[in-house]
Design a protein around this ligand. Structure first.
Ligand SMILES: [Zn+2]
Length: 355
């Protein structure tokens, strides 16, 4: 979860798409900075007339690097600009897409969605140079993990800069609110049933209809194995308190992971060179392949707080079930070595409590 730190935008911008080591993305970076630095609190109302007299909204609403707007701020903006929720979401697509980190495609995707609490969540796509494409995070997935990390229990609607791909349509099928959520794109509003009719659903695979779905509370009863407890104690003895903190953040994510199909919850944490701790949990899909790996979920948490570059990663910790049918250890170790070769990788194990 977010650890209440925030990088400046200059730092954020300076190495935004680093990790690919390519200078050819400088034009994208420049464009990104210009878009991000629009100050939400100083947005002009001069565009309101244009917005209300034409079908196309061109509101000067920015995000200033924020990935979440509280419900009260959402209402303020709607009143300030005289717009409804749909228009606000659509107006935030461009600033959301400016937050993307796509070093492979340079194709920026943005999404803005409203949660059941009234808070607004932003998503953007992440690509990882030197890794297979299937490790990428789509903007809609980012938005969903963002909402999950902030304790949201439902998504009502989201606006997207492009039509959602089949992978994302399937991923959103994990939501308990899947039948009511609306996708706004290309000027229309669509239900998941329209976008992915006759889809494979969680209930097609789960034995019990009582199993909590994505964004609903998960409570895995797991504890560190004795061996992992000794590793954590060794860190404690060595004064590596941030590693200890990261280990317990990853444990918390493991306890709350969404893994109804494998029964193998997992969590990951990232420790940055200046002491930031970020974490995220594993999220499964009934169709398996659209699942979100724990490292990606933790990276989303770090990006939300503005981690400027993967070279900031000092360590990455995986917490997973000892001997589980699904194991992330080898994959995550390779991914960390490619994304952040300077970072140490640790795997801690948990076992299921029987009480
Ligand atoms: Zn997608």
């Amino acid at each position: 979860m977010n650890s209440c730190r925030h990088y400046s935008h200059d730092v954020y911008h300076g190495v935004l798409c680093s990790g690919d080591g390519q200078s050819s993305k400088s034009a994208v970076l420049k464009q990104t900075r210009d878009s991000v630095t629009v100050d939400l609190s100083h947005s002009s109302r001069s565009t309101e007339a244009d917005a209300t007299t034409s079908g196309k909204r061109d509101l000067s609403i920015g995000l200033d690097g924020s990935f979440v707007l509280p419900a009260a701020r959402v209402e303020e903006l709607k009143e300030e600009f005289g717009i409804n929720t749909d228009d606000l979401l659509r107006a935030l697509i461009t600033p959301a897409s400016a937050l993307a980190r796509p070093p492979i495609s340079s194709f920026h995707v943005g999404a803005a969605g409203i949660g059941g609490s009234g808070a607004l969540y932003v998503g953007c796509n992440l690509e990882f140079a030197k890794l297979p494409l299937y490790n990428s995070v789509h903007a809609e997935q980012f938005l969903l993990v963002n909402a999950l990390h902030h304790g949201e229990t439902a998504i009502e609607k989201l606006a997207i800069s492009a039509a959602p791909c089949g992978h994302c349509r399937q991923f959103f099928s994990e939501l308990a609110c899947a039948d009511s959520i609306k996708f706004l794109f290309f000027g229309g509003s669509y239900s998941l049933g329209q976008l992915l009719p006759m889809r494979f659903k969680p209930t097609d695979l789960l034995d019990s209809k009582e199993t909590p779905l994505l964004l609903q509370a998960q409570h895995h009863q797991v504890s560190f194995t004795e061996e992992s407890k000794r590793q954590i104690q060794a860190w404690e003895d060595a004064g590596e308190t941030k590693l200890v903190e990261a280990a317990f953040e990853a444990l918390k994510e493991c306890e709350n992971a969404y893994s109804p199909y494998s029964g193998c919850p997992a969590g990951a944490a990232i420790l940055t060179s200046d002491g930031g701790v970020y974490a995220g949990g594993y999220i499964e899909s009934a169709a398996y392949n659209p699942s979100m790996l724990p490292l990606q979920s933790a990276i989303i948490d770090a990006v939300i707080d503005g981690m400027p570059c993967y070279s900031e990663m000092k360590a990455a910790i995986l917490v997973e079930v000892d001997g589980g049918a699904v194991q992330h250890r080898n994959t995550m170790e390779i991914n960390v070595s490619q994304i952040a070769p300077q970072a140490s990788f640790y795997c801690l194990h948990v076992e299921k409590r029987t009480e």
